[in-house]
Every structure is written in C-alpha cells, then in structure tokens.
Design a protein around this ligand. Structure first.
Ligand SMILES: Nc1nc2c(ncn2[C@@H]2O[C@H](COP(=O)(O)OP(=O)(O)OP(=O)(O)O)[C@@H](O)[C@H]2O)c(=O)[nH]1
Ligand SMILES: [Mg+2]
Length: 178
C-alpha cells in the first residue's frame, strides 16, 4: 500500500512522517524525544512504515503542488497536513484540499485531514476552524471517506489516532470531542 502525504509547504509533513516512523519502530517506549530537524522537501521523500504491514509513504513537498497529481494513480490512502496555527495559510490550504478531493483518480481513496501544530497558540478552536473551512459540507459532498485529526507532530498529541486510521483507513472514525 502506498500512502501519499500532501499539504502546503511548512505544514509539518516531514516531521509527522518521522514521528510516525519512530512510534512504529518500537524504540520510543512512549517517549518521542526532541523533534528532529527537517528541511523543506525538494521533490518527494519515500519512507517505509510498518503498520500491520509495510507501507510506502510518499511525501510530496508543498512546493511540488503543481505536479502532485502525477502521483495520484499510485495512492491507496492520503494524509493532507495543514498548519492549524497559521490562519493566513488555512483558506488556501483548504482550496488545495478541495482540488485533491475532486481528482477523479482519488474518488474512492480515503483521506485523513490533519490539523497540525496544535501545540502552538491557535486563534480559533478546532470547531470554529471546521466551520470556517466548511469542512462538514466538504465531507458530506466528497465521494471518498474522510476523517479529521488534530495533532502535534512536535509533541506527539493525536498521533495514536493517526496510527489507528493507518491500520484501517476505510473504517468510519470516531471523532473524540475536542
Ligand atoms: N510547533 C510545531 N512545529 C512543527 C510541528 N510540525 C512541524 N513543525 C515545524 O514546522 C517546520 C516545517 O516542518 P516540515 O515537516 O519540514 O514541513 P513540510 O510540510 O514537510 O514542508 P515541505 O517539505 O516544504 O512541504 C519545521 O520547523 C518543523 O519542526 C508541530 O506540530 N508543532
Ligand atoms: Mg517536507
């Protein structure tokens, strides 16, 4: 299975994948440690992740957005990562997300929308953000199964939920109250 990780530059995709890799490697014993440094992804990053079985994770750098679609044919699941602490970026990220959801090749591919960086002060609550971005409408109209998670790749908040989704992306997810 191949998992595509998409989203705007600086949203935290690379750090998220590194954290998931560490969590699934069995070497953390519950402590993620300090976040490792990341560089903006030039092109794409490939990482193997063991969740039930080996999956290949392909992160596409935010600056690659114009050619993301050339990788859609290979995708079995998608994680779309945005920076919840950056209000100026959210609406353009949402437009990008709509583009992903409307791609014909992805019509049945499950999508996990991640609001990352919730360790930083956010100007809106997750519920307000969902409303502003009209996410309930978007989810109701989309053809693919969509789940949402609020996470921090920095401190690890919400990452167990991401791993649960990775085990079964097609299962309906329960959204814990935020
Ligand atoms: N505070 C905080 N910082 C984060 C979090 N996740 C990522 N960052 C930081 O955000 C910056 C960008 O993270 P990356 O993982 O490189 O972002 P990216 O989405 O891979 O960016 P591109 O590869 O350019 O598309 C880095 O300095 C990260 O340490 C988070 O949850 N909280
Ligand atoms: Mg990156």
């Amino acid at each position: 299975m191949s998992l595509l990780v998409l989203g705007p530059a600086g949203g935290g995709k690379t750090l998220l994948v590194k954290r998931l890799q560490k969590l699934t490697s069995g070497e953390t014993k519950g402590d993620l440690g300090d976040p490792p440094p990341t560089q903006p992804t030039v092109g794409t990053n490939l990482t193997d992740l063991m969740v039930r079985r080996k999956m290949v994770v392909r992160e596409l750098g935010g600056r690659m957005a114009p050619i993301w679609s050339s990788y859609y044919g290979d995708a079995r699941a998608i994680m779309f990562v945005m920076d919840a602490s950056d209000p100026t970026q959210l609406s353009s990220s949402c437009a990008q997300l709509l583009g992903v959801l409307s791609a014909e090749q992805l019509a049945t591919v499950p999508v996990l929308v991640l609001f990352n960086k919730i360790d930083l002060p956010c100007y809106m609550s997750p519920e307000e953000m969902k409303g502003l971005l009209r996410l309930p409408d978007i989810i109701a109209r989309a053809s693919q199964p969509i789940a949402i998670a609020h996470v921090s790749a920095r401190d690890g908040t919400g990452l167990p939920q991401v791993l649960r989704w990775l085990r079964d992306p097609r299962l309906p997810q329960s959204h814990p109250p935020n």
